[in-house]
Design a protein around this ligand. Structure first.
Ligand code: FAD
Length: 503
């Protein structure tokens, strides 16, 4: 790649953005193409370059509820999507062996109980628990109960909060059809050089066959290669491996041996964890581990010996570095997906972060590139990333496991101050807070903190204002309502049959 080191130019010198070039056609590239073409297909020309020879990372199959919103924005019908990606429903994540070996909890997408104006539901539950009138926290959340009972259905009135499991390669193809129908031009070819002009902006991509793709604005979706933002523009990378020890993964696909459950499984192991993502036609499996604490062949053995079903695709290795680009938007280039940042998929957040990057870009979409828009984008995305990072780090910090060198080292790990504050606040007062724009709401923090053994020492005094009878009725009503609502939902697989792909 050829790069030129130059001073930043004045905004007024910048060219108008009429031609957008997306480099890379994985999930990030095609999500960007879909979003930009849907919103601005009439005012900008969008070209996407991808290389079949290089291929995609081939993982990224568990999502969170924000994808439902993204599809609504694009006016993508659920039936059409689910059939195309052989999707299943996801109500949360089952964390197994995280607090300790043999322990399990579910982080669901639902909200527990009902809040009071002055205090969250957990305060009432904490008092009820102290007085022996509350059952497990999981009994007060429909999504969590539905996950435990393998049920799913749409609910009138308040609805049900859910996401999808999907086949990653089918999803990219699905979005490709969608984007091409909205005018995106796809170019097959291998990028061999990125041309940077005298101002320091990217001017064009050169392909192996000699073609040149010129553009005014570039979206780097070239995955871990980060050909534009990293190699051509030299934007540095902040490494988070002191908080997130894992740097390697192996992924594979197996035949299904049982009905698909409506949740992702995240099973902690010797020096990392494994995922199980059930689809309609197969199961996606992977192991994420730290090469500092387990050799590749040992990790492979641990992984393969724990799989169910027949392996239908040879396991493929993936190396990564947790962290983020110092700036995800630099000059006339925005990096999305693996080119921009990587937080391991423990909470299935990467596709969501791609989506956030696209949404911010659409909101700030430049007529010409300006410093103010760049700063706003970078600040917003960086704060969302740090929030997600803290949430993921929390799972490691709160484990009681000390059974292998990996878990013992994690026991000595220092954590970000931002995270320490949240845990201390909850432990001491039972309170949590949510800053607008942050992905994880109060309920996610509570479900995971309690799931991993943090029980607050106190609750809000408001909970004492309720009479004993009143509190008992309040808790009993919610629980019986949750249990009866969840119990009436159809089995997940019955629901899924309505989405069976056409023969
Ligand atoms: P890629 O899929 O790697 O695509 C890169 C594209 O760039 C490809 O089209 C490639 O051909 C192209 N390209 C690269 N170099 C060139 C070149 N020289 N010329 C032309 N084209 C080129 N996210 C979730 O939300 N949920 C999950 O469950 C989840 N699980 C994950 C598990 C693992 C182990 C990993 C590593 C990631 C996971 N992710 C998950 C993240 C998710 O996989 C990615 O965010 C998503 O797939 C987007 O990847 P991408 O498009 O950025 O990169």
């Amino acid at each position: 790649m050829r790069t030129t080191n130059v001073q930043e130019s004045d905004d007024s010198q910048r060219r108008p953005v009429r031609r957008v070039v997306i480099a890379g056609g994985g999930t990030a590239g095609w999500m960007a193409a879909a979003g930009i073409s849907k919103m601005f297909g009439k005012v900008v020309e969008v070209t996407l370059v991808e290389s079949e020879e290089i291929g995609t990372v081939g993982v990224g199959e568990a999502t969170i509820p924000t994808l439902v919103t993204f599809h609504r924005l694009l006016e993508i019908g659920e039936q059409e999507f689910m059939s195309a990606v052989q999707g299943t429903i996801k109500l949360g994540i089952s964390f197994e062996n995280w607090l300790d070996v043999g322990h399990r909890y579910i982080h669901s997408f639902g909200v527990n109980g009902k809040d009071h104006w002055s205090a969250g539901f957990q305060h009432f539950w904490l008092r009820g628990r102290a007085e022996g009138m509350a059952s497990g926290y999981e009994d007060y959340c429909v999504e969590l109960q539905a996950a435990l009972q393998d049920r799913f259905g749409h609910l009138p009135r308040n609805g049900i909060n859910y996401a999808y499991h999907m086949d990653a390669s089918h999803y990219a193809r699905f979005l490709r059809r969608f984007s091409e129908a909205n005018g995106v031009k796809r170019v097959e070819g291998k990028i061999v050089e990125v041309d940077v002009d005298a101002d320091g902006d990217i001017a064009s991509l050169r392909l192996a066959d000699g073609a040149t793709i010129e553009g005014d604005f570039f979206v780097d979706c070239t995955g871990f290669r980060a050909l534009l933002i990293g190699k051509a523009l030299n934007v540095g990378y902040e490494d988070w491996s002191h908080w997130l020890f894992n740097d390697s993964a192996l992924a594979t696909q197996t035949t299904a041996v049982r009905d698909a459950v409506p949740y992702t499984r995240a099973i902690a192991g010797t020096a990392g964890w494994q995922w199980r993502i059930p689809l309609q036609h197969r199961v996606g499996n992977g192991i994420v581990y730290s090469s500092r604490y387990i050799a590749d062949d040992e990790a492979r053995h641990e992984f393969l010996s724990s799989l169910e079903g027949e392996v239908i695709k040879d396991p493929w290795p993936i190396r990564f570095r947790p962290g983020q680009r110092m700036k995800c938007w630099h000059r006339n280039c925005v990096a999305l997906g693996l080119a921009g940042s990587f937080i391991e998929p423990l909470e299935s957040t990467t596709i969501h972060l791609i989506q956030r990057g696209i949404m911010h870009l659409l909101q700030l979409f430049p007529q010409v590139v300006t410093r103010a828009a760049i700063d706003q984008y970078n600040a917003q995305l960086a704060s969302e990333l740090v929030h997600v990072r803290d949430f993921v780090v929390m799972h490691y910090h709160l484990t009681h496991r000390r059974d292998t060198p990996y878990w013992r080292a994690i026991g000595h790990m220092d954590i970000p101050d931002t995270l320490r504050h949240r845990i201390d606040l909850f432990r001491e007062t039972g309170s949590v807070f949510h800053v607008p724009g942050e992905l994880f709401g109060a309920n996610s923090w509570i479900q995971v903190m309690m799931g991993q053994g943090v029980m607050p020492h106190r609750y809000h005094p408001t909970a004492d204002a309720m009479s004993e009878d009143g509190l008992k009725r309040f808790l009993d009503d919610i629980r019986s309502n949750v249990l009866s609502t969840a119990g009436k939902l159809p089995p997940h697989m019955d629901y899924m049959r309505s989405y069976a792909p056409a023969a």
